[in-house]
Design a binder for this molecule. Structure first.
Ligand code: ADE
Length: 226
């Protein structure tokens, strides 16, 4: 998979993809991530990428030209399955969206900034508009990092034990069951006996029951999908 991220703040995206699972996915050549500075494509003599909104007092808007140039530059080299725009008024990102996007070949993510992008970019290039939640960030970079992190770990072969992605919270509309490691007794805080009895069937049933109970208590809305 190839992910191209378009941003006016490339520095903000320097480190999120250089650690842990995403770093390993890049090393295994299962994903390539490229960060493009929109400013580099501006034909303005001051390399500006924003301008005043036509409506008074609406703040600064990302202009069409540099974004069109970088998208056309990328599209002249390969086809893209999705051109995503990060924006608080997009559809809410969830595990289903991450699963779907992890099956794509090439995607572009345009990070929104200021008061947003000129609507004509949305009308003519964007295929999907995504929000990571009902709150407003200073820009779309952190939203892009969140999305990329959750997508990359789902690409087959990225996690050494593939079942560990399949048993993630949300993957089957259930939250995760509690997990424990050694010691079995820490100052009297004991691991549930059932996990020590060696009966795999009983342990699996316990995990399922716990996941269901935790979901019912914390996120009953998820059970409506079942
Ligand atoms: N840009 C600003 N807020 C955002 C959000 N919640 N999701 C995606 N992009 C954003």
């Amino acid at each position: 998979m190839r992910i191209d991220i378009l941003t006016v703040l490339p520095e903000l995206l320097e480190s999120p993809f250089n650690y842990s699972i995403v770093k390993r996915a890049k090393q295994k050549e299962l994903v390539e991530i490229f960060i493009h500075n929109i400013r580099d494509f501006s034909t303005d003599k001051h390399k500006r990428t924003d301008d005043y909104a036509f409506s008074k007092g609406a703040g600064m808007i990302m202009t069409i030209q540099p974004i069109e140039s970088v998208i056309e530059h990328l599209r002249s080299q390969r086809d893209y399955d999705e051109i995503i725009y990060t924006t608080p008024d997009g559809e809410t990102f969830n595990q289903r969206t991450a699963n779907e996007l992890s099956t794509k070949g090439n995607i572009i993510i345009l990070c929104g900034h200021y008061k947003g992008v000129d609507q004509r970019i949305r009308d003519h290039f964007i295929t999907k508009e995504i929000s990571i939640g009902d709150y407003v960030l200073s820009g779309g970079e952190i939203a892009a990092a969140v999305m990329v992190d959750s997508i990359v770990r789902l690409i087959p072969g990225v996690l050494s034990d593939e079942t560990s992605a399949l048993t993630d919270s949300f993957q089957d509309d259930l939250l995760s069951h509690p997990v424990y490691t050694r010691p079995a007794d820490y100052k009297g805080w004991k691991v549930p006996d059932i996990l020590l009895n060696g009966n795999d069937k009983q342990i699996d049933d316990w995990k399922e029951e716990q996941a269901y109970e935790i979901t019912k208590k914390r996120r009953p809305d998820l059970l409506k999908n079942k």
